[in-house]
Structure formats: C-alpha cells, structure tokens
Ligand binder design. Sequence first.
Ligand SMILES: C[S@@+](CC[C@H](N)C(=O)[O-])C[C@H]1O[C@@H](n2cnc3c(N)ncnc32)[C@H](O)[C@@H]1O
Length: 318
Amino acid sequence: MTAKLKPDWAGEDLLSRLVNVLIQTKPIYALMKQQARQVLIKTAEKNGVPWRQTVQEFEASAVQHRLAAITQPEITYPDYYRVPFHAYDAGNLCWLAAFEAEPATHAMALRIWPDETLTWQTAQARLRASFHEILAAHGPQQVSDILDLGCSVGISALTLHQFYTKQQNRPVQTVGLDLSPYMLAVAQERDINQSIRWVHGKAEQTGFPDQSFDLVTLQFLIHELPRTASRAVFQEVLRVLRPGGCIAIVDNNPKSAVIQKLPAVLFTLMKSTEPWSDDYYTFDVESTLQSVGFSDVKTLESDPRHRTILANKPTSSV
Ligand SMILES: C[S@@+](CC[C@H](N)C(=O)[O-])C[C@H]1O[C@@H](n2cnc3c(N)ncnc32)[C@H](O)[C@@H]1O
C-alpha cells in the first residue's frame, strides 16, 4: 500500500479530468470501448481463459429459457445502472455481458499477480481464498444465512457457500442477489447442484425481512455504484443483518500501489468502461459504514489490488 489515498487518474485531479474529456468525446469513446474489449479478450485468451468458447457454449445452451422465470417484472432499474458498463451499451442488462462475465472474472484474477505464471484456475482460487481467509480470521464465527449482493454469474456466491459449508461442516443457506436477470440466468445454469437461491432484486431494497442474515457480502459491487447508492445499500444491509452480523466488502483498493501505477493506456481503458470509477475511488467507505450505524470497521489488504472491509451490526443500540 502507498501513503497516497487514491490514484491520480481518479477523482478531480488534472490527469483524471483529462482522461474524462477523452471519454466524453463520443467518437474517441467509441474507439476506446472497442479497443478495451479487444485488448481484454486477446490478453485473456493468450493466458488460457477460454473466452469466446465460453460465450459459444452459453449461446448453444438452454440458458436463455431461464430468463422469464427469474425476472421480477416489478423491478425498476435505477438510472445509474442503465448506462453503458464494461463496453456493453446495455450495461449488465444483456446476454453478451452475462456470457462474458465468467471469462472476464477469470481474466481479472490473472491481472492481480502479473509477475507470476498462474493458471486462471489458480488465480481465481487465490483471489477467493484471500477474501475467505480474512472472513475466517476476522468475520463471524457462526454463519447460517448468507447473502451475496451483486452476485453476477455466481462465482462469488458459489465459492463463499462452499467455503462455509466446508469450514463449518454443516449446511448453510446462501442467497445470491443481482439486478441483472441475465446474470442470474447464467448463475442458475452454472449452479449444477442448485445449492443457492438466486434472486432478482436491488441491493438497496432487497425485500428480505429484518434480521435475516449473519453475513452479507458485496464482492466487487460498490465500484459499480455511485456513493449515494452504496450508502443506501449499507443501510439496507444493516436492516437485514442479525445483531452481531457482519458486512464484508471486497473491491479495488484505492491505496494499492499496483492500481495507482497502472499504465496510462490501462487506466484510460478501465475508466472508459467503469462509469462510477471517480466516485468510487474518492468515496470514504469506512466512515460511511460508521455513519449508517456499523461498528468495528476494519480494512485489510486482501491481495495486491484489493481491500476487504469488514464491519458489524451492533448487538444492541445505545
Ligand atoms: C462486478 S459484478 C460482481 C461480481 C461478483 N460478485 C464476483 O465477485 O464475481 C457487479 C454486479 O453487481 C450487479 N449490480 C450492480 N448494481 C446493483 C444493485 N443496485 N443491486 C444489485 N446488483 C447490482 C451487477 O448487475 C453485476 O452483476
């Protein structure tokens, strides 16, 4: 970690504003978006991630038939969600985003340790283990009900479910919630043992009863949210947690030296595909958790690029 609180390419710094002008110039943005996509796919495949093959397999599968049943038609999508993300014009609300989410997640894990020769399987397992180890050491001791918010295609929820089932040597109930029914259809298709309940919903308004969960995780969710939405999600998590329950957030670490020193091409491409990047990198997550009512807020560096933030719901209010 560095003493600098955030990268110069995020927030209001000159460099950041310059990159934003580029991104806001439509023809340049269109070109950058395409570039970002091509670089991502090429690099992933060079490192063994079966990107286009995975997409083809999903296209040939029956996954698209799952959409109607998993969609909650009364859900309305917030404006911040209905913007292009990750170079998809429809953001997370399309099949291509859902079919590419798994290879993109493996490619992301490989970028954490660029100086080591790891397979994508090892990198993914190491990424998840780094979060689980922190939970084991500093998280709740007894876990029966888990909620994974922003579960995407299920990698975070499934690995977490397996971790607690094994660690506690007894079944746990896990719910994966996401705002994209496309992602959830893929999650359901990937969950061969049907071990998890997949729910189409909004993290800031889940609809679950008060005090339903012991652990709520937000794995790589909040960098996709404006800070107002993150705050609303924290309030909702406080409501659905049991007293003494834990919120665990893992996401990009603004203080990471690797992230702060990203080459110009990479951070420009990244910013062009992450609409809430500036807001995320300048957002004080810890003090917001405290201000909504969490206690024992703890931040740990979980890997060279990510931090894990844990906080508890007080057992009694003062
Ligand atoms: C980067 S992905 C999360 C990846 C996944 N948790 C993992 O660790 O592999 C972010 C997910 O959050 C979902 N999302 C964004 N805003 C949301 C919200 N307000 N409520 C629920 N899900 C949301 C998106 O649809 C997307 O699937």
